[in-house]
Design a protein around this ligand. Sequence first.
Ligand SMILES: C[S@@+](CC[C@H](N)C(=O)[O-])C[C@H]1O[C@@H](n2cnc3c(N)ncnc32)[C@H](O)[C@@H]1O
Length: 202
Amino acid sequence: MDAKLRTSLRELFDRGAARDAGEPDRLRRLRNLEPPTAELLALVLRVARARDVVEIGTSNGYSAIWLADAARDTGGRVTTVDVEEWAGVSQNLERAGVAVTRLIQDGGAFLAGRGDASVDLLFLDAERTEYAGWWPHPVRVLRPGGVLAIDNVLSHPDEVAEILALLAADPDFVGETVAVGKGLHLAWRRGPAGLREGAGEG
Ligand SMILES: C[S@@+](CC[C@H](N)C(=O)[O-])C[C@H]1O[C@@H](n2cnc3c(N)ncnc32)[C@H](O)[C@@H]1O
């Protein structure tokens, strides 16, 4: 990431945090992703060579900018979905110089309409209690070798317990929670045979 974009992301985050501090209604807060979590997620996108990237929960575009910047390195594209049009989101994306497809739609309905195995990285950052109700779409849409990322798993364990249990019971997934920011769960969809055959060969 170039220094100019890093500075403008820091400013966007700081403005959001200041705005959120004065907003008593949780649902009216921007609730941007913690910067260290955004850094890790952007790295995961690159390491996974993710090209079809989907985010559920756009807010003002903060995390979408991180994802879209990383997707430039993989030749990928980012689609971000929110039930609401937040003030300033188009301007934030434009100012950052990133290309993002933005949809105003329920995240569950969006995932239900996506094809099987059509997403390389799915980031869930919306209303956490809804995720389990979207099952099986969050995993159905993932390509073998793809990654499902879920934020807030340490800050709100009760709210994500059901989807984490569903994931843990799915033999196609191997996952870990990383103690970064509010807790990021990363689950990898086991790859095609080719991705596993080489494992262990010297
Ligand atoms: C935590 S904020 C997202 C923060 C954003 N990812 C960032 O880091 O800048 C949660 C967002 O999810 C949206 N949301 C809530 N329920 C949703 C749903 N069912 N489908 C899509 N978006 C939803 C809210 O409008 C809100 O913008």
